[in-house]
Design a protein around this ligand. Structure first.
Ligand code: NAD
Ligand code: UFG
Length: 337
């Protein structure tokens, strides 16, 4: 059995659909700080199976001990954490507590219960800004410009030291690029509270008329059209990488790092153009100043994941947008309310 921390969130819920599809047994632990309980019902609808769920916090050591005692858990996929870059600058201690203290509590409880297989959600943000935008796992990490990214770097470093100290640990660190899209059923997807920070959820809200206009943060970057470039990856491709990584570490000891990205970058203007083409909706936008902390361009070098995990992204940008749009369309939204 696998424990999914944060399994009702955006990426964790998509991972749950894939685990269920592959007949893998799992249990979800989530404190619902950034997700809604109705995701559980939706997961049950998609999978056709009851889903085991515990409402609780990764910082609750007694709860974790009980959970590990009562369930035959062999591995943990650790999605739980706070992820808003801007908020992390306003509330650093909340981020250190939830992400770093929460992870330490989880790892301690795992060690105590003799569970040493772990897949951790990290981020390409740990690479910082590089002269070469194609990011490879062998590149050195850099101090991220925001507190959220800092928590990811700290946890990565702790995990590497943990694996050196005790060879029983088998750890997969997955560096996500920019996950977008939704489950093809349209039943689950990213559901940000309030005004979205990320590009695609914002674009979708402008297309539905919920927000008036998109600010394109900077058109003076040294890129072909002047706007920043990122590697957008379908969330279903991303979660497939977790299952492959878990499989890889089954009989291995140590700490392994893999990029999860497509290897292809798209600019903000290319995203808008593709979104309009796929959905037939206009996305009004205006050029705004650069957003503090943003880098010019990055995309994954996915070769290591391809060779070692036999994993690669399959969904096209058009499919990512189609699935996001199916999830965003007003009829689906009304169903959620
Ligand atoms: P999300 O906020 O949708 O999901 C996280 C889930 O964890 C939520 O359901 C939330 O309620 C839960 N949670 C938060 N703190 C918790 C705690 N202390 N105890 C128990 N549950 C808790 O975020 P997501 O996009 O699904 O991201 C999942 C992971 O991937 C996070 O660690 C995030 O930092 C990382 N990540 C996300 C992105 C992205 O763009 N979405 C990029 C890189 C890395
Ligand atoms: N952008 C806009 N307008 C918006 C929102 C975003 O122009 O309203 C631009 C940004 O400036 C950036 C691009 O769209 O150039 C993508 O921005 P996102 O916020 O969607 O994604 P980021 O690459 O900035 O951040 C993501 C994750 C973070 C993670 C980071 C680095 O959201 O959690 O990648 O891996 F830290």
């Amino acid at each position: 059995m696998i424990l999914l921390t944060g399994g009702l969130g955006y990426i964790g819920s998509h991972a749950a659909t894939l685990l269920a599809k592959q007949g893998l047994d799992f249990i979800i632990l989530d404190n619902l700080s950034n997700s809604k309980i109705d995701v559980l019902t939706r997961l049950e609808k998609i999978t056709g199976k009851p889903i085991q769920f515990i409402h609780g916090d990764i910082r609750d050591r007694a709860l974790l001990d009980q959970l590990f005692k009562n369930n035959p858990i062999q591995a943990v996929i650790h999605f739980a954490g706070l992820k808003a870059v801007g908020e992390s600058m306003e509330k650093p201690l909340e981020y250190f507590d939830c992400n770093i203290h929460g992870s330490i509590t989880l790892f301690e409880a795992m060690a105590e219960a003799s569970i040493h297989k772990l897949v951790f959600s990290s981020s390409a943000t740990v690479y910082g800004e590089n002269d070469n935008p194609e990011l490879v796992e062998t590149m050195p990490t850099a101090m991220p410009t925001n507190n959220y990214g800092y928590t990811k770097l700290v946890i990565e470093q702790m995990l590497e030291k943990l694996a050196i100290a005790n060879s029983r640990w088998s750890i997969a660190i997955l560096r996500y690029f920019n996950p977008i899209g939704a489950h093809p059923s349209g039943l689950i997807g990213e559901d940000p509270q309030g005004i979205p920070n990320n590009l695609l959820p914002f674009v979708a809200k402008v297309a539905t008329g919920e927000l008036p206009i998109l600010n394109v943060f900077g058109d003076d970057y040294p890129t072909p059209d002047g706007t920043a470039i990122r590697d957008y990856i379908h969330v279903m491709d991303l979660v497939d990488g977790h299952i492959k990584a878990l499989d890889y570490i089954q009989n291995k000891s140590g700490c392994f790092i893999w990029n999860l990205g497509t290897g292809k970058g798209s600019s903000v203007l290319e995203i808008i153009e593709n979104f309009e083409k796929v959905t037939g909706q206009k996305v009004p936008y205006q050029i705004a100043p650069r957003r503090a902390g943003d880098i010019t361009a990055c995309w994954a070098n996915p070769e290591k994941s391809k060779h070692e995990l036999d994993w690669q992204a399959h969904f096209s940008l058009e499919q990512m947008i189609e699935d996001l749009w199916r999830w965003t369309m007003p009829n689906k939204k009304e169903e959620r309310i």
